[in-house]
Design a protein around this ligand. Structure first.
Ligand SMILES: [Zn+2]
Length: 487
C-alpha cells in the first residue's frame, strides 16, 4: 500500500516500507481499527479460516523505486504460493501507487494476482478513495469498495462490508458487477471533506442510489492530484448484483451530479498571513491545516512557511511540528534543559518548502519514539511513530516545536500529550495535512482553517506541471463537450 507523490524528489525505497508477513498481519489487525480488522470480524462470525499472506506499507511519499517494488512483489508471490488452497482473496490496495517500472502500480500487481489465481477466484477489497482508479484494477478484481469518509474513519466498516460481499459471493447469493464513471473533472483536495458541501451532497446522492434494488454499493472516488498519471480521475464507482446495465446507468447518473458541481470543487486558497489573521479572530484552539506540506499526501514535513509567520505573533501560543532529523541529533546532543540555536526545516528544497527557521530557545524534552491511540483515526491506524524526536520551546515560551526524525502524519491528537503538552493550552495548532487531521483535532479545535501554503502538496494546481494527465480536464480546460462513459 502506497500513495505515491510523483512530484516528490527521489524514490521510496525498501527501508521505508513496513513489511509484515503471515500470522502477524492478523495479530496486529485484531488490535486495530483497519479494513483488515473488519475482514477478520466477518470471517470469524462465519467461521471462515483467515489465511494472512502479505502486507507492505510506507508513509505517502515519492514514487516507489523499481527494485523495491520488484522485491515486495517477489515476497508476495512467495507467500501466496505458501498459502495453500484459497476460496477468495480479500485485498487492501491503496490505488494511487506509482513505481518507477509501473505507472499504474496497483493495476499491475492486481492484474498479475488475477493471472496467478485464475479468473474464477473472487478478489474483493477496500480501496482508498484517493485512488486513481484504472481499468486494470477494475478488470482484475470482483469488487472494490472505497472508504466513504474523508478523513477515512470508516476503514473498519468498509472492511466489514467487503468481507460480507465475499461471503455472499462464495455462497452463490450474488454475482457482483462494478462500473466506474469518471467525467473529465477533478475534485480538488481542499474540497474533499466528506462531511462538508460540496462533496457531502454527492455522497448523499450515492446513499440514495444504494436504496435502488440491485445496487450493492455506490461511492465517490476523490482521486489523487499529486500523481501525474493518465488515469488521474475523480468519479463514481457503482457495484450491483448481476446487472451491468444498472451499474452503468447509476454510475453515469451520479457522474452527472459530479460534473454539474464542478465549479464548486475549485479550491479556496488563503495565504499564511490571511490564515493567521483569521485565526486571531476565531475561537481557539484554531487548527491551521498546512495544505502545501500534507505529509499524508507525500509532503516533505520540512515546510516552514507558516512557522515564519506564526513566530512573529507574540500574543499567540503555538504548536508546530517539523521533520528534521539533523536538528533532532543536534538538540539531543545538547541535552534536555540546554539552550540551543538551530536551523529547522526547509533544508532540502527551501524555495518550495520555505527557508530554514532560525530557532533560539530551550530543549524541553525527548518524547517517546512511538505512541498508541486506540480511537478510530484516519485509515484505522492505531500506532504512530515520530521516531527519535525533541520538543523545543522559544525564549518567550509561546512557541512549542516538536522536531521529528520520521515524517509523522498529524492524524492523532495524542502527538501533543505524547510530547508532554496540553493541546487545549494552545491558541494555534498547525497540522501538516488537509482532511485527515479533522478526524484527530476535532475533539480539541472548534475552528479549522485550510492554508494555501506552497510545497509538494500545494492545493494550487498551477504549482505543478502535469505531463501525463488526460485532456480535456476541468478546471485546466473549461470549454469542451464530452460523452459520459464507464469502465
Ligand atoms: Zn486517502
Amino acid at each position: 500500500m502506497h500513495e505515491s507523490n510523483t512530484f516528490a524528489p527521489g524514490t521510496t525505497g525498501i527501508n521505508l516500507f513496513g513489511v509484515v508477513r503471515g500470522a502477524q498481519i492478523s495479530e496486529a489487525a485484531r488490535k486495530g481499527n483497519s479494513s483488515i480488522t473488519g475482514y477478520l470480524e466477518v470471517l470469524d462470525k462465519h467461521d471462515i479460516e483467515d489465511v494472512p499472506i502479505f502486507s507492505a506499507y510506507a508513509t505517502p511519499g515519492a514514487t516507489v523505486a523499481a527494485d523495491t517494488f520488484d522485491q515486495l512483489w517477489q515476497m508476495l508471490v512467495e507467500d501466496l504460493g505458501n498459502a495453500g488452497s484459497l476460496d477468495g482473496l480479500l485485498i487492501v490496495p491503496h490505488g494511487a501507487g506509482v513505481s518507477e517500472n509501473h505507472p499504474d502500480m496497483d493495476g499491475w500487481w492486481l492484474t498479475e494476482l488475477r493471472r496467478i489465481v485464475g479468473p474464477e477466484l473472487p478478489i474483493i477489497g477496500v480501496l482508498d478513495p484517493h485512488s486513481n482508479l484504472t481499468s486494470a484494477m477494475l478488470d482484475a478484481t470482483t469488487a472494490l469498495l472505497p472508504y466513504k469518509m474523508n478523513p477515512h474513519l470508516d476503514a473498519r466498516e468498509r472492511g466489514i462490508k467487503a468481507a460480507e460481499l465475499m461471503v455472499r459471493t462464495l455462497n452463490g447469493e450474488i454475482n457482483i458487477v462494478q462500473k466506474f464513471c469518471a467525467p473529465p473533472l477533478i475534485i480538488n483536495i481542499e474540497k474533499q471533506h466528506s462531511e462538508s458541501p460540496p462533496v457531502s451532497l454527492i455522497y448523499d446522492k450515492c446513499s440514495e442510489a444504494e436504496k435502488i434494488p440491485g445496487v450493492l454499493d455506490a461511492c465517490v472516488l476523490l482521486g489523487f492530484q499529486y500523481a501525474d498519471v493518465p488515469e488521474w480521475n475523480s468519479g463514481i464507482l457503482v457495484t450491483t448484483d448481476g446487472s451491468e446495465e444498472l451499474a452503468e446507468e447509476t454510475a453515469i447518473s451520479l457522474g452527472k451530479n459530479l460534473w454539474d458541481a464542478r465549479e464548486d470543487f475549485v479550491p479556496s486558497l488563503f495565504t499564511p498571513e490571511q490564515a493567521v489573521a483569521d485565526a486571531k479572530n476565531s475561537t481557539g484552539p484554531v487548527c491551521l491545516l498546512d495544505m502545501g506540506d500534507n505529509i499524508g499526501g507525500g509532503g516533505s514535513g520540512e515546510g516552514t512557511w507558516l512557522l515564519h509567520v506564526l513566530a512573529k505573533e507574540n500574543d499567540l501560543k503555538t504548536f508546530f511540528c517539523v521533520y528534521d532529523p539533523e536538528a533532532v541529533q543536534q538538540a539531543t546532543a545538547a541535552g534536555v534543559g540546554a539552550r540551543v540555536e538551530l536551523e529547522l526545516g526547509g533544508k532540502t528544497i527551501p524555495e518550495r518548502d520555505g527557508q530554514p527557521f532560525h530557532f533560539s530557545g530551550e530543549v524541553k524534552g525527548t518524547p517517546p519514539e512511538q505512541f498508541h491511540d486506540p480511537k478510530m483515526r484516519h485509515g484505522g491506524k492505531t500506532i504512530f511513530e515520530p521516531g527519535q524526536s525533541v520538543l523545543l520551546e522559544n525564549e518567550r515560551g509561546n512557541l512549542s516545536i516538536l522536531v521529528t526524525s520520521k515524517r509523522l502524519s498529524p492524524n492523532s491528537p495524542v502527538m501533543i500529550p505524547n510530547a508532554g503538552l496540553d493541546p487545549t493550552s494552545f491558541d494555534v495548532i498547525v497540522a501538516k495535512g488537509v482532511n485527515a487531521p479533522l478526524g484527530a483535532f476535532d475533539e480539541i479545535c472548534p475552528t479549522f482553517i485550510k492554508v494555501g501554503t506552497r510545497g509538494v502538496t500545494s492545493a494550487n494546481l498551477e504549482h505543478f506541471t502535469y505531463l501525463h494527465r488526460r485532456q480535456p480536464l476541468f478546471p485546466f480546460e473549461r470549454d469542451f463537450e464530452f460523452e459520459y462513459t464507464v469502465i
